[in-house]
Unconditional design. Sequence first.
Length: 223
Amino acid sequence: MNTDEKKNNVRNLHNAMAVQYSTEFFNDDSDHDIFINFLNNLNGKKVLDAGCGDGKDVKFLLEQGFDPIGVDFTEEFLKIAGEKVPNGKFKLGDITDLSSFDDDSFDGIMAIYSLQHLPAEQLDQTLSGFRRILKPDGQLLIALQTGTLGEQLKDEPFLPGQKLYINFVSREQMEDLLTSNGFETTMFLQAEEPSKDAIGDGKLFFQASNKKLDLAGVTRFHR
């Protein structure tokens, strides 16, 4: 599959199963303790939910007093998000290209089970984009599912007979990607996957700090 085919596969299948997925997972709070720990490390309130799906995490961020915006390229997910989180801010867009956001726009970025569905060849540019729009010392939280490593098509539990593109990466691979894009990993956690309807068999969490300089008299650099 080429890049466009991978992305079209993810978009089309997510559109097709958005209602079922949201019914199953919208009220899932199993990751909230990790989210709270992440939010406690932010220096401000503006957070991007990169790959926001049905808006469940935007809802949680609002309840915690933060100012989130969710971005997703799945129209049906965003329709559900608008219905279930009417006070949320949502934008149709591709998280591999965040050029519509200014530099240093966000105190934090959450990418919760979204990077695993990006074409492997676009992970670098996506993390580079995250770094650009994060404020100096802004924080990034990534959640991934685990499985047999590499790019593959997996049976989609909500769409029998359909196969969804996914790219399972290891802890070492993700930490190398973070380092090469100017982040310092500050937390790693591995957890079990409680849902039988999940496409993976476990969870990986990474928190990373943007080390971009933004000091008076010092030239900002981008790696």
